[in-house]
Design a protein around this ligand. Structure first.
Ligand code: NAG
Ligand code: NAG
Ligand code: NAG
Length: 273
């Protein structure tokens, strides 16, 4: 669940078939995966999965898709979303998988079409989102843990004018809500007045949050409306803002898929120090 800084990337599989234990171990070296005397490959190289690259230069703030990751208003999580359509085990020339999930699953962006039918009809989909807003300097802030993001909380954060992108780290991260299968309705998000305060008093054009909904549950519609109405703000939901990433200024890069007509899209988001 939590990420180890150093992970072994070689899995030692000691296949002791007809060989003796001692023989298999002695034939193994870290530098050279070896074949033991009885012809069994006794080390399997597995890929390293990382959250941090370049010794702290790049942080991956996208969640890895998992079947047990939470999904909006579901008790059962995302469920199976990937299938092998063609399989080499079945005699195909290649393994080819197929993908199916809501466009609002995992780390994702919302377009104005998400909450306004006339914007949907007019084509304000994720393909129309501004890459200049999705990429550039961003502030990662910790918000007070005892409240939703109200106008009062927004005011207290004193986010300077000129800051255009903000990622809000909340109690959701402390509670590890993105690691719990059952959708939580008591997560932290923007209240209607918090969203309105941000729109009226700051230069923020990208709002990122650490759970599936930028709005507090009972303010889902009005807070989304406040953000999306002017079609200037891009919402990025379920960003992974682990505690080892210090609050402060980073270069944010968020790249949703080009999906014309879609109200949402999975996005790969990273922070560069
Ligand atoms: C492999 O073939 C079997 C039998 O035709 C089929 O039931 C199964 O779905 C196939 N699996 C894949 C991954 O292609
Ligand atoms: C996928 O491809 C590899 C070869 O690259 C093959 O060994 C493996 O069996 C395939 N997986 C499945 C489920 O077919
Ligand atoms: C935030 O609002 C939700 C309702 O939308 C509520 O259940 C939760 O307790 C609130 N969180 C805090 C920290 O006040």
């Amino acid at each position: 669940m939590m990420m180890n800084k150093t992970k072994p990337h070689v899995l030692h599989l000691l296949l002791v078939l007809s060989c003796t234990w001692v023989l298999t171990v002695s034939a193994t070296s870290d530098a050279y995966p070896s074949v033991s005397d009885c012809g069994v490959v006794d080390e399997v190289v597995v890929p390293e999965r990382r959250e941090v690259y370049g010794e702290g230069k790049i942080f991956d703030i996208s969640h890895r898709y998992r079947e047990d990751m939470p999904s909006f208003q579901s008790d059962d999580g995302l469920g199976q979303f990937l299938w092998l359509r063609m399989s080499m085990k079945n005699g195909s020339l290649a393994n080819v998988s197929e993908l199916k999930f809501s466009t609002h699953s995992g780390t994702h962006v919302d377009s104005p079409a998400h909450m306004f039918d006339h914007y949907y009809d007019a084509g304000f989909d994720v393909d129309s989102l501004d890459l200049e807003v999705l990429n550039g300097p961003a502030l990662l802030v910790d918000v007070p843990r005892d409240k939703n993001i109200t106008a009062e909380v927004m005011k207290s954060l004193n986010i300077p004018k000129g800051i255009r992108r903000v990622l809000f780290r909340t109690l959701n991260t402390d509670r590890q809500l993105m690691w719990k299968k059952k959708f939580a309705t008591d997560y932290v998000g923007f209240t209607k007045d918090g969203a309105e305060w941000l729109v009226e008093n700051t230069d923020i054009k990208l709002v990122g949050i650490d759970y599936l909904n930028v709005a507090a549950y009972f303010d889902t519609i009005p807070a989304h409306h406040a953000f999306l109405e002017a079609r200037e703000i891009i919402i990025v939901e379920a960003v992974k803002l682990d505690h080892y990433i210090q609050a402060g200024i980073y270069s944010l890069h968020c790249l949703p898929l080009r999906l014309p007509t879609s109200d949402g899209s999975p996005a790969r988001c990273i922070l560069i120090k």
